[in-house]
Structure formats: C-alpha cells, structure tokens
Design a protein around this ligand. Structure first.
Ligand code: FCB
Length: 452
C-alpha cells in the first residue's frame, strides 16, 4: 500500500493455511470414510445452495500444482490439515495406508520446495461413526483422538516439525454444538461444556502422542480469538452501558479465556459455570487439567474480526447479544474490518498470561470478498492493515514468530458453501483452474522484501 511495511525480524515465517475438507475433495477415494461434514452437507438447508466438499478445490489430485503455487509465492511454511477419516475411516483401528500415503506425498513435495509442513490434526471433519457414538460430548473421543495422533505422528513425525492438534475448538463448540450452523448441527446448551472439555483433553493426549514420535518438534493448538468491545443496542462503543460491559466480559470469558486458561494456567476461568452448569464434577476428572496444561511450544492465533457485544435480549439462550458493530467497513462475510483488534488480542494475551505464554504464530488471518475482475485492493488492504497490527504488537513486546494468510485457494467455506472466496488464488470451480489474484503478487513481494 502507500506506506512501506515495517521490517519484520530475520527468521519470521510467512505462510498460508488451508484445511482438508475445504480443499481436498475426493471424499470417497483412497479408502476415506465419511465425516460429519459429508453427512451435514446432505441435510437440506444446512449449506447454501446445497453445496458439498465432495470435489472442493480437488486438491487431493492437484496437490502438486498447489505446492508449485506455494513455491512461486515463496512461503516458508504451509499449514494444512489431515483428514481423520482418511487415516481412520471409522475413527478407530489401524491406519489406512492410502490415507497416510497421501500426506506422505504432500509432505515430501513441500520439503522438496523448502517449505516447512505444519500439520493440523483436527479441522472439524470428525469420522461420522465417532459422532454417532456421541462425538466430542463423549469422553471416549478424547482417547480416540490421542490414538489417531499417534498413528499420524508415527508416520510423519520424522519430517513434520510443527504440529497443531485442534483447529478452533471455540468455533467447533459454538457453531457445531450450540447454534447448529456447522456440523454436527447440534443445538442447545446441554453438551457444550463436555464438548469443550473433551476437545481440550484430546488435545493434551495428542500432544503426548506427537512428542513420543518426534524430537525437537513444536506442538501447538490453534484457536480463534476476537477483540471484545462492549456496544449499545445501536452497535456503537460510545453507547455501551454497564450491562453491556458485563455482557462483553462474559463473552470474552466464553470465547477467549475458556479455551486458553486451562491450557496455560491449568484451570478454567472463574465464571465458566455459566456454560458448564452443575455438571462440572462429572465432566472434569482428576488429572484432566494436568494433561490439558501440558506445556505448549507455541500458540496458534486465528483472528478475523472484533466482536461488538451488548446486554442480552429477553429470553436469550446466552447472556449476551451481538448487534452488528457500527462504524467499520465489512468483508463479503459482513465481518467488521478492524486490524487494531488483532493488535489488541495479541497484547491482551501477552498481558493476561505473564511467564506462561509461548511464542505466538498467527495461524489464520484473511478475508472474503465477492468474486470479480477487480484489482483485489480490498484483500490487499485487509492483509496490509493486519500485518501492520502484528508488527505493532511485536513492537509492544509480544513474541510473534509467523503469520499465515487464510487462505491459499478459494475453497468450501462451510455453511456458506463456495460463496465466500478467501483465496490468494482464485479457483474456477467448474474447471478447477487456478488464477493468482493481485493479493498473491502483493504477498509474494512482501515475502521477498519487495514492498519495502
Ligand atoms: C476459520 C476456520 C477456517 C475458515 C475461516 C474463514 O474460523 O478455521 O476453516 O473457515 O474461518
């Protein structure tokens, strides 16, 4: 953009992120079993226009071309996810050799180009049979996840040095198990806390499994963080009152702290009972929090937008309301664009967990804008602003080591189907033709140092 970007330290890692169900397609190939997203997409009304990830960006067949795009981009690392139902088609039992072989090929192709692979073990595509048995609401799923992590790390741990156990347990809990807009489509409050706890327990078991098979690997979890701003009913911060501020504090607890305090402090934040109800003692067993708080090597922060939060409407399920935040431009998704929210999140994490916060990597940041022939300036402006915000946080003392754009390719954006285009690379879903956008060139120049 007009002002040169500030310099980042030597060794700072620039990358891009994707996830399996959103790009791979080939859902019945290589012995892959069905996932909760395969089922959810087939339920009427769940996904816009009834779209599915059956083909997506066909990355399963086109991964070599996609690694070529990454090499052109000049990234140092690529964050992808492994589809659990490719490795264990029914969620339990021995590894499916064809499933492991696909990721083997991908990892080798990345390494040949000097790109570090970063593997996420769970980006929401749970094997359907595990969900049939209760999914994350069932404590047993945490143990199953640990076994799956063991199988993957045993095969890839010699080459994959950076690992992420879970992607965004917060969004998977609230969208998948409370408002039902994502798979598995459950609603209500009953199983929300067990779903939180069993994901975190599964994370801890997976950390141990990965460390058994790797030496010197960096293990992490990636969560979604938002800056929480109290707003009045008109969506402005100026009109927020005490009840709005109290609601915002509760939202901050449920979105940001509930999933971070147990990892870094070994305890749930006081007040979490609003979600857990009376059942805490039957869910959190002795020793669980020790497993969950196994020290992390780094923390993945996914950031998209701030949240405007106010006092709840009468009879609301949750103790807050989220009116549209007034006064900010928005992305195609109607998400408010506020780069300073990212700086605030990073400085807030640094201050909340003194001495406990490992180095941070921004594992997702990006935006969707409607497809067109335009010059892609909105996406470039979004990325430029957020990268500056990362730099500002670093200047304030936050230890940030990497930044990953969501996403390399246009892809299957969950309940929105193919309507939201997040890619640095445009995908024509009729032909699977890939066309780098102007933001691709901009990011490539930034990585080369050419924008300074
Ligand atoms: C994040 C998800 C990712 C993608 C982006 C837009 O919450 O982790 O899969 O959908 O949002």
């Amino acid at each position: 953009m007009s002002q040169p970007l500030p310099a980042f330290p030597e060794g700072f890692t620039w990358g891009v992120s994707t996830s399996a169900y959103q790009i791979e397609g080939a859902v019945t190939e290589g012995g892959r079993g069905p996932s909760i997203w395969d089922k959810f997409c087939r339920e009427p009304g769940r996904v816009q226009r009834g779209e599915t990830g059956d083909v997506a960006a066909d990355h399963y067949h086109r991964y070599a071309e996609d690694v070529g795009l990454m090499a052109d981009l000049g990234i140092g690392a690529y964050r992808f996810s492994i589809a659990w139902p490719r490795i264990q088609p029914t969620g339990t039992g021995p590894a499916n050799p064809a499933g492991l072989a696909f990721y083997d090929r991908l990892v080798d192709a990345l390494l040949e180009q000097g790109i570090d692979p970063i593997a996420t073990l769970f980006h929401w595509d749970m094997p359907q049979p595990l969900d049939d048995a209760g999914g994350w609401a069932n404590r047993d799923t945490a143990a199953r996840f640990g076994e799956y992590a063991d199988l993957v790390a045993a095969r890839l741990g010699d080459r994959v040095k950076l690992w992420i156990t879970l992607n965004e347990p917060v969004m998977h809990t609230y969208l998948g198990h409370m408002d039902g807009s994502h798979a598995p489509g459950r609603t209500g409050l009953d199983s929300a806390f067990p779903v939180v706890h069993h994901q975190l327990l599964g994370h801890g078991l997976a950390v141990a499994a990965i460390r058994r098979h790797t030496s010197g690997a960096g293990v992490s979890i990636a969560n979604n963080y938002t800056a929480v701003w109290a707003v009045g009913a008109d969506g402005t911060r100026d009109s927020a009152g005490d009840e709005d501020r109290a609601a915002a504090a509760g939202y901050d607890l449920l979105h940001n702290r509930l999933f971070t305090d147990p990892l870094l402090l070994g305890s749930y934040p006081p007040g979490y009972e609003m979600l857990a109800g009376a059942d805490v003692d039957s869910v959190v067993l002795d020793g669980d929090l020790r497993v969950i708080s196994t020290p992390l090597d780094w923390l993945g922060v996914n950031y998209y937008n701030p949240s405007g939060i106010g006092a709840p409407q009468p009879d609301a399920l949750m103790p807050f309301d989220a009116p549209p935040l007034a006064g900010f431009p928005t992305t195609g998704f109607d998400w408010p664009i506020a780069p300073d929210g990212l700086r605030e999140v990073l400085v807030g994490l640094h201050e909340r967990y003194p001495g406990k916060m490992p180095p941070i990597w921004i594992t997702e940041n990006g935006c969707a804008f409607p497809d067109g022939d335009g010059p892609d300036t909105d996406r470039i402006a979004y990325l430029d602003g957020h990268i500056r915000a990362v730099h500002a946080a670093m200047a304030a003392g936050v230890d940030v080591r990497g930044y990953f754009v969501w996403s390399l390719l246009d892809n299957f954006e969950w309940a929105e189907g193919y309507s939201q285009r997040f890619g640095l690379v445009r995908v024509d879903f009729d032909t699977q033709r890939r066309t780098p956008r102007a933001s691709f060139d901009w990011y490539r120049d930034l990585i080369r140092g050419g924008t300074q």
